[in-house]
Each structure stands twice: as structure tokens, then as C-alpha cells.
Design a protein around this ligand. Structure first.
Ligand code: AMP
Ligand code: ZN
Length: 137
């Protein structure tokens, strides 16, 4: 897509620090990393987010994910790694070309603070939620 920042990065119109590339995906350093080694993995086929992503594009993207994650692990010896994918502005998405953040973790002060405020639902409510989703598969 001509006015997409990440399509321009794939095409080389905007510079990036490339980590990995194959026929289907491109991986590069996030320009504002949360931690050392924070990498973005994107499909070469433009799709805005997970909702729009064809299954074959998703399969090819996730096929490359362990390869890149293990290379980050070997390079920096993190104690863990979070994958993050924001879909929609309300979910924190700022670039509307699907991207998977690969964020190596070092300790609890390393720049990524995840706080899960969990809620309690009864089993019958969970079953209703499951059914609502199933009906739309
Ligand atoms: P998100 O908020 O999930 O849409 O993430 C977008 C990410 O893209 C942010 O972490 C930005 O730092 C990153 N980003 C934006 N522009 C560039 C760029 N030119 N090169 C590399 N990363 C970028
Ligand atoms: Zn794009």
C-alpha cells in the first residue's frame, strides 16, 4: 500500500535495521524499543491487523516467529520474551500494517510493564461467552 509506513520499509523507501527477510515476511528493529533487541515481524502482504489477515499470511508470519525469537535469545540471552500485537487504535495500534512485537525481557524494570486486572466470571458465563464466539467461527 503506497501510503503505508511499513510497506515503505519493506520496499526500502524508508530505512530500517533489517533482522530477517524471506519471501513472505520482514523483521526489523523497532525504532523506539522497549528493551534491547525489540524487533517487529511483519508480513510482506499489506493487511491492517489480525482481523484482516488471510490464513496463509498468518501461517507464514508465525512460521518465521520462532526463528527470529531464537536468534534474539541467542544474541542477548534474555530471561524471557513477550510477543505483543495491538489491533485497533483503542488497543494501542499506531501503525496500521500488522506487526508482531518480539520483546526480549531482562528483569521487571526493563521497560515493559504488564498489569493484568483480571475479572471473575462464573462458569456458566464463560460457557456463554464461548458459545457466542463459536457461533461466529
Ligand atoms: P504499535 O503501537 O503496536 O502500532 O507499534 C508500532 C511500533 O512501530 C512502535 O513500537 C514504534 O516504535 C514502531 N515504529 C514506528 N515507526 C518506525 C520506523 N520507522 N522504524 C521502526 N519502527 C517504527
Ligand atoms: Zn503496509
Amino acid at each position: 500500500m503506497s501510503d503505508c509506513l511499513f510497506c515503505k520499509i519493506i520496499n526500502g523507501d524508508i530505512p530500517s535495521s533489517k533482522v530477517y527477510e524471506d519471501e513472505h515476511v520482514y523483521a526489523f528493529m523497532d525504532i523506539m524499543p522497549l528493551t534491547k533487541g525489540h524487533t517487529l515481524l511483519i508480513p510482506k502482504t499489506h493487511c491492517q491487523d489480525l482481523f484482516e489477515m488471510p490464513q496463509d499470511v498468518a501461517a507464514n508470519l508465525y512460521k518465521a516467529a520462532p526463528k527470529v525469537a531464537n536468534a534474539i535469545k541467542q544474541a542477548f540471552n534474555p530471561v524471557g520474551l513477550n510477543t505483543v500485537n495491538n489491533n485497533g487504535a483503542a488497543a494501542g495500534q499506531t501503525v496500521f500494517h500488522y506487526h508482531l512485537h518480539l520483546i526480549p525481557r531482562y528483569d521487571e524494570t526493563d521497560g515493559l510493564h504488564l498489569q493484568w486486572n483480571t475479572k471473575k466470571f462464573e462458569m456458566n458465563e464463560l460457557a456463554n461467552f464461548a458459545q457466542a464466539i463459536q457461533e461466529n467461527l
